[in-house]
Design a protein around this ligand. Structure first.
Ligand code: HEC
Length: 272
């Protein structure tokens, strides 16, 4: 089933590229319909439930050390949540690594709560009947940056290095279809069926895309993090599975987040 969907999506790309992607009247009205639906739902985004649960988990004493995450330094000092997503990913001297939000939460679960790295990374994404702490924490923390402009730094040499690696991955073609991220995301106004494909190399599209994740996916009934977004695009690209909070995933996030600098963060959002 899944295979068919992916093949259909990829055929969509081939046909789309060949046909020059003229929009029919029907396509246009469907897009408008989806937009109206999005606006109608935005007032009652189920992501609220993840945000509330996440705030509880942030404050809850957990793990072998029976400690909460409230002293975790996510980038603006211990315990600061307000606005912190706008500066991530960033370099952390204590771990000597560039970290995104998810990887930093793993670091704090290990250092503050005493979990092993494997335990802290064990359940990255929720699924049917499965609610995980990570999604809820991500929803809560990102919600505290709503309305603030992205300002990810690229000054530290390791931040520059992460950006360069992320850029190289973006353009790296491989796999059975010889696709790169750039195949689908480096051209203006490209679409697969009804889905607009952002040109992630332009500030406008990168800002709109990046500042709308995490998102509650109506079609999946789940809240999806940015790590999940990248994981799923690796799958669409027929690349090997992207490892949760791997250096590659953080480097790509760094590249896309810097391209989105200046954009006003507006998530957790809601998507089809
Ligand atoms: C085969 C085409 C294809 C390739 C290759 C691809 N993507 Fe995507 N990407 C999509 C589609 C289709 C969507 C929209 C999916 C949806 O709405 O369900 C998307 C959505 C996204 C989004 C979210 C956009 C938004 O506005 O919500 C990001 C970010 C993204 N891709 C990044 C990447 C990165 C990084 C890579 C390389 C690892 C990549 N994509 C490779 C097709 C592709």
């Amino acid at each position: 089933m899944r295979k068919t969907v992916v093949i259909a999506a990829c055929m969509g790309v081939a046909i789309g590229f060949a046909s020059g992607l003229a929009l029919s009247q029907q396509d246009k009205s469907t897009i408008e319909e989806i937009e109206r639906y999005r606006q109608a739902l935005a007032d009652g985004n189920p992501a609220d439930l993840w945000e509330m649960r996440g705030e509880g988990i942030w404050k809850q004493k957990r793990g072998p050390k029976n400690a909460s995450l409230e002293k975790c330094d996510l980038g603006l000092g211990p315990g600061v949540v307000k606005g912190v997503y706008t500066v991530l990913p960033k370099y952390f001297a204590d771990s000597d690594k560039v970290e995104d939000l998810e990887s930093r939460l793993v670091t704090c679960m290990v250092t503050l709560q005493g979990l092993t790295p494997a335990e802290a990374r064990k359940d990255p994404f929720g699924g049917p009947g499965k609610k995980v702490a990570m999604d809820a924490l991500v929803a809560y923390i990102t919600s505290q940056s709503r309305g603030m402009p992205m300002k990810v730094s690229g000054k530290h040499p390791k931040e520059r290095e992460a950006y360069d690696i992320g850029r190289a991955i973006f353009f790296h073609r491989s796999g059975p279809y010889d696709f790169a991220c750039a195949t689908c995301h480096a051209v203006d106004n490209q679409r697969i069926r009804l889905q607009d494909l952002p040109n992630l190399l332009t500030a406008k599209d990168a800002q709109r895309a990046y500042t709308s994740w995490p998102a509650y996916r109506v079609s999946q009934g789940e809240l999806r993090s940015f790590q999940w977004r990248l994981y799923d695009c690796f799958r669409q690209q027929r690349f090997p599975e992207l490892e949760f909070v791997s250096p590659a995933s953080i480097a790509l996030t760094m590249f896309l987040a810097q391209n989105a600098n200046g954009g006003v963060f507006n998530a957790p959002a809601i998507k089809r």
